[in-house]
Design a binder for this molecule. Structure first.
Ligand SMILES: Nc1nc2c(ncn2[C@@H]2O[C@H](COP(=O)(O)OP(=O)(O)O)[C@@H](O)[C@H]2O)c(=O)[nH]1
Ligand SMILES: [Mg+2]
Length: 212
């Protein structure tokens, strides 16, 4: 068509221009106001959650990583690009903590997930080396029951050769009744899966802005 300029539609990855810690909370009265769209990250302690969030944000230590599992007992809120939030939920399933603490962690996570109006979806992390168990199945069922959109990620994929990675990817998916295509293999070390994960998060956080 004459006089009309054709601009190809390029699919751009989400650009992270800023990221900052906002606050920690244990209960709803401590949460930040429900204003920005929010993405929560959940997984067993030591699964690589802090490392994954830092990798997404191109930060080395915004979220503290720990060699002592089970230390993070708070819900941590981060502001990204001044337009959405990432929420680091406390890791569950650390064997050495007392039952009462396990219970309070469970309640803390469940209260957040079931009450937060600005929650757009959850990224659920599982270690690729570990077969998903009852805790994981319960969480998946719970997300389905509450109709919470979920992205599934298999962490520490660099620990395996490609062949082994493929086998474990399929085993993990099957154990949860998912197809392998629904699970992203991720590595904080090699950054495998980073762009795909950001692409999948993007529609959750960009609907109120057209910046991305
Ligand atoms: N090889 C490898 N190690 C990782 C990866 N992600 C995390 N780790 C290690 O796993 C341990 C726990 O990581 P962290 O991010 O603190 O896990 P969190 O407890 O789930 O927040 C640390 O020693 C990390 O260095 C990864 O992608 N590859
Ligand atoms: Mg952590």
């Amino acid at each position: 068509m004459l006089g009309r300029c054709y601009v190809p539609q390029l699919r751009l990855s989400m650009i992270i221009s800023s990221s900052e810690f906002v606050k920690s909370a244990v209960k709803p009265s401590h949460y930040p106001e429900e204003v920005l769209p929010e993405v929560a990250f959940v997984g067993r302690s030591n699964v690589g959650k802090s490392s994954l969030i830092n990798t997404l944000l191109n930060r080395k230590r915004l979220v503290k990583t720990s060699s002592t599992p089970g230390r993070t007992q708070l819900i941590n809120f981060f502001n990204i690009n001044k337009t959405f939030s990432f929420v680091d939920l406390p890791g569950y399933g650390y064997a050495k903590v007392p039952k009462s603490v396990v219970k309070s962690w469970g309640e803390m996570i469940e209260t957040y997930l079931s009450t937060r109006k600005t929650l757009k979806g959850v990224v659920m992390l599982m270690d690729i080396r570990r077969d998903p168990g009852k805790d994981e199945q319960d969480l998946v069922n719970w997300f389905r029951h509450h109709a919470i959109p979920t992205i599934f990620v298999l962490t520490k994929a660099d620990k395996f050769s490609n062949q082994k990675k493929k086998v474990h990817h399929e085993t993990c998916a099957e154990a949860l009744g998912l197809s392998p295509a629904e699970m992203i293999c991720f590595s904080a070390k090699t950054r495998l899966g980073r762009d795909r994960l950001l692409d999948e998060i993007k529609p959750w956080v960009s609907e109120q802005t057209n910046e991305f």
